[in-house]
Ligand binder design. Structure first.
Ligand SMILES: Cc1cc2nc3c(=O)[nH]c(=O)nc-3n(C[C@H](O)[C@H](O)[C@H](O)COP(=O)(O)OP(=O)(O)OC[C@H]3O[C@@H](n4cnc5c(N)ncnc54)[C@H](O)[C@@H]3O)c2cc1C
Length: 278
């Protein structure tokens, strides 16, 4: 079972970067080489994030990144999507390399739900763009720990090339064929099935609630993406009498003005945030 950090209070440690790999033209996967003696402090539950602190040209920068690796693995990894003009994401894309050291805060956050190996639950996650990162950890961990639970992932992107972790969810779907279903929604891919072309927004969720998501009651919902998308979808679920504590939301903060609610605007469309999450 995944366990939280053993640290009594969140604390920074210097942690070496094991690798930096391109995921898409504008995102990278950063794996950390957590020293053995810090292993317990960097334990995490799926959905948690780390705070990265580094000194960029004398300006201390501190940013949060969701952990995207499974909490059942010993790996600690984050994925950073480039925001044009963004301090840390530009540094991560252009300069960060294996062997560098970053200051990492021990994992915090509570975007997730308590797992129970004996439970048989039905989960749905709806994400856009880099909103996939915490949900990738949640769905990998959930399917491994709750062997009778099912998961549906609705994943919005511009097109296949701009999809972070393009292959991982599909590989997982092949491995957990009877328990994981992935619905790709693409806004700018003319070859994508017409009924799944466009944005992940309120009308889309209304459509899915009458089709792909109509088959069984949902125990927990996970929403992560642009603030307008998350807010609209949460409102719709509450209007449909879903209990508020069954709807888990994560918002990625930023300075950007609210963009299109599909995660495909300038940068990610993430920002203009309203709710604190850390
Ligand atoms: C809990 C949590 C988890 C997160 N997880 C992830 C994740 O997994 N992956 C991910 O990619 N991001 C994630 N984020 C977002 C991340 O923390 C950063 O906000 C994001 O990477 C941008 O950081 P930056 O330093 O590159 O950009 P910043 O320097 O913060 O700039 C962001 C944008 O605002 C613009 N800008 C900067 N300063 C100003 C200004 N004064 N006025 C107007 N515009 C300005 C920049 O040009 C840029 O487009 C998460 C956030 C939270 C809160």
């Amino acid at each position: 079972m995944p366990q939280r950090s053993s640290a009594r209070a969140a604390v920074f440690h210097r942690v070496p970067v094991a690798s930096v790999d391109r995921l898409t033209a504008d995102s990278v996967l950063v794996r950390f080489d957590v020293p053995d003696e810090l292993g317990e402090e960097f334990r995490f539950e799926p959905g948690q994030h780390v705070t990265v602190r580094t000194d960029l040209g004398g300006e201390g920068v501190r940013r949060n990144y969701s952990i995207c690796s499974s909490a059942t693995s010993s790996e600690l990894a984050i994925a950073v999507k480039h925001l044009p003009g963004g301090a840390f994401s530009t540094f991560a894309m252009e300069q960060l390399a294996a062997g560098d050291t970053l200051e990492l805060m021990t994992p915090t956050g509570a975007f997730g739900t308590q797992l129970d190996p004996l439970a048989t639950r039905n989960y749905v996650a709806i994400v856009a763009g880099s909103g996939i990162t915490p949900v990738l950890s949640i769905l990998q961990t959930t399917l491994a720990v709750e062997t009778d639970s099912r998961f549906t992932l609705v994943y919005g992107n511009r097109d296949a090339d701009s999809t972070m972790f393009r292959e991982d969810p599909d590989d997982l779907e092949a491995r957990y064929a009877d328990r994981l279903r992935i619905v790709h929604v693409r806004s700018r891919d003319q070859r994508h099935p017409a009924h799944l072309r466009g944005r992940v927004d309120r009308p889309r969720l209304e459509q899915l609630l009458g089709s792909e998501l109509a088959t069984a009651p949902v125990d927990d919902w996970f929403l992560c993406g642009p603030v307008e998308m998350v807010t609209d979808l949460r409102d719709l679920l509450l209007e449909r009498s879903v209990e508020p504590d069954r709807v888990h939301v994560e918002l990625f903060h930023g300075y950007q003005k609210p963009g299109v609610a599909d995660g495909f605007g300038p940068g990610d469309g993430l920002g203009g945030f309203a709710w604190p999450s850390a």
